[in-house]
Design a protein around this ligand. Structure first.
Ligand SMILES: NC(=O)c1ccc[n+]([C@@H]2O[C@H](COP(=O)([O-])OP(=O)(O)OC[C@H]3O[C@@H](n4cnc5c(N)ncnc54)[C@H](O)[C@@H]3O)[C@@H](O)[C@H]2O)c1
Ligand SMILES: O=c1ccn([C@@H]2O[C@H](COP(=O)(O)OP(=O)(O)O[C@H]3O[C@H](CO)[C@@H](O)[C@H](O)[C@H]3O)[C@@H](O)[C@H]2O)c(=O)[nH]1
Length: 446
């Protein structure tokens, strides 16, 4: 099939490349000329394992190309996939400006029947809005499809080529059949439904996963107080097939370009029909507070006085294996530290450049390696569970820090890892490891 994908962010790029890998002819379009130039020259503007190789392979095979010429790309397509951003408006609602603009541009380029699928995460009713908009600009025939995307950053290629399910929202049987055929080789689990249900299904999935995370984070906070270990609690819970192990890792909360934005948007979608989504409001509030756990611990260690302390930060990306720093907990944590007069030394294996351009310089020392960041620091905070940190030599690390204080925001280390060290170690919801922390701190600081 001839497919044109509008937008080469994570979703547009990964799905476009994967559709080419399945043997389709794909044109990926972006209005960002620098991105298109990078892609045309064999580069990939995002860090995503396996993507560059797949792009090179399919470009060389003549199935995949990149352009900024939306008109020409749409003219050649049987299926046009919209994968532009839907960022938050200040009130939390999804901003549909990019969707509307793309719809108008597609309509202006229509030269015959096409299927127009929306892969962006959009509020219920958006596909109808897009269809109306297109109809107001062109008399050409088309069918709308809601085609929500469920890939995760860092494992996007794998998720796309081996999805748990594909969801297709349609109001035309023939258009639905075409889109089913396009995905048939990927999975047997293809859910064909009406358009509004497909739009809702995407938000409901993200909201449920976010709920699991906030739930286990609250359990972790209680574990700390009652002397239980959240990792053992989550493990035992997860063996129950009705619960499952996934998304029960306690830590400093979820970030990224999806959960924070999509939970806010779903609260608004509910609000717009006079329904207060109380549970989801609490999920968001718990998540916001959870990142402050790191700060609270530092403040208790330093008796509320962060001024003049040097704090090392390991991890700026919102999760490992991505250079995406959108809504990463590191933003608020670093901002709080610098505003409190602490000197921050930060390191991330991949995401430093993106973080710096979003965060600004603001008194942070950006380090080129993990040990450089730790050297001379009064405490180290681990915010992203990159493999490089998991494999750190803790004895060497301890010797470089001014004081052996380690706040592990992702529960990366085990008791055995710490056995050879004198780390004052704080993790999330594992009180046994934190035992004696007060006494050790007063021994160190008097
Ligand atoms: N990032 C993810 O992991 C993920 C996963 C599932 C769903 N989603 C959803 O997919 C959508 C896209 O997310 P993303 O992270 O890929 O977005 P992004 O913001 O990173 O990228 C969007 C791209 O679209 C381009 N664009 C915007 N308007 C255009 C137009 N009229 N013509 C051509 N190009 C245009 C922009 O230049 C940009 O490169 C969002 O709705 C998001 O919620 C994202
Ligand atoms: O047990 C867990 C699992 C995740 N997280 C955090 O949750 C956030 C999101 O993680 P993940 O879901 O792996 O990454 P995303 O790439 O944001 O993917 C989510 O958001 C996408 C965009 O909508 C969806 O397509 C995916 O299905 C959905 O998993 C990250 O900050 C993680 O650190 C936890 O704190 N504990």
């Amino acid at each position: 099939m001839n497919i044109t994908v509008i937008g080469t962010g994570y979703v547009g790029l990964v799905s476009g490349i994967c559709y080419a890998e399945l043997g389709n002819r794909v044109i990926c379009v972006d209005k960002d000329l620098a991105k298109v130039a990078t892609l045309q020259n064999g580069g990939i503007p995002i860090y995503e394992p396996g993507l560059q190789e797949l792009s090179a392979k399919n470009t060389a095979a003549g199935r995949l190309s990149y352009t900024s010429d939306l008109r020409e790309a749409v003219e050649q397509a049987d299926i046009v996939i919209i994968a532009v951003g839907t960022p938050s408006l200040p009130n939390g609602e999804a901003n549909l400006a990019y969707i509307d603009q793309a719809a108008i541009e597609i309509a202006q380029a229509m030269n015959g029947y096409k299927i127009i699928a929306v892969k962006s995460t959009v509020p219920v009713g958006t596909n109808e809005r897009v269809a109306k908009l297109i109809r107001s600009w062109t008399a050409e025939q088309f069918h709308s499809i809601s085609l929500p995307e469920f890939l995760r950053e860092g494992s996007a290629v794998q998720d796309t080529l081996h999805p748990d399910r594909v969801v297709i929202g349609a109001d035309s049987e023939t258009a639905a059949e075409t889109i089913v055929r396009l995905h048939r080789s990927l999975t047997d689990q293809i859910v064909v439904t009406d358009i509004r249900s497909a739009e809702m299904l995407k938000y409901a999935s993200n909201a449920f996963l976010a709920t699991k995370i906030s739930f286990i984070n609250e359990i972790a906070n209680i574990c700390e107080k009652v002397g239980a270990d959240v990792t053992r609690v989550a493990e035992g819970m997860g063996y129950d097939k009705r619960i499952g192990h996934a998304f029960l890792k306690a830590g400093i909360g979820y970030g990224g370009s999806c959960f924070p934005k999509d939970t806010r948007a779903l609260i608004q979608i509910a609000g717009n029909v006079d329904y207060e989504f109380k549970l989801l409001r609490a999920v968001v509030e718990v998540n916001q507070d959870q990142r402050m756990n790191v700060i609270r611990k530092l403040e208790s260690i330093f008796d509320g006085e962060l001024q003049g302390k040097t704090i090392a930060v390991w991890g700026l990306a919102f999760k490992p294996n991505t250079d995406d720093v959108r809504e990463s907990p590191a933003h608020e944590i670093i901002q709080y530290l610098t505003q409190s007069g602490a000197h921050v030394k930060a390191y991330d294996p991949i995401a430093t450049r993106n973080f710096r351009s979003m965060y600004g310089e603001n008194g942070v020392m950006w380090c080129d390696d993990a040990l450089q960041a730790a050297t001379g620091a009064d405490a180290l905070c681990l915010l992203t569970e990159w493999d490089e940190f998991v494999r750190a030599d803790l004895v060497e690390l301890q010797s470089l820090l001014r004081k052996p204080i380690l706040i592990d925001g992702r529960n990366v280390f085990k008791e055995a890892d710490l056995a050879e060290t004198k780390f004052i170690y704080y993790s999330i919801g594992r009180p046994r490891l934190n035992q004696g922390i007060k006494e050790e701190i007063s021994a160190l600081y008097g």
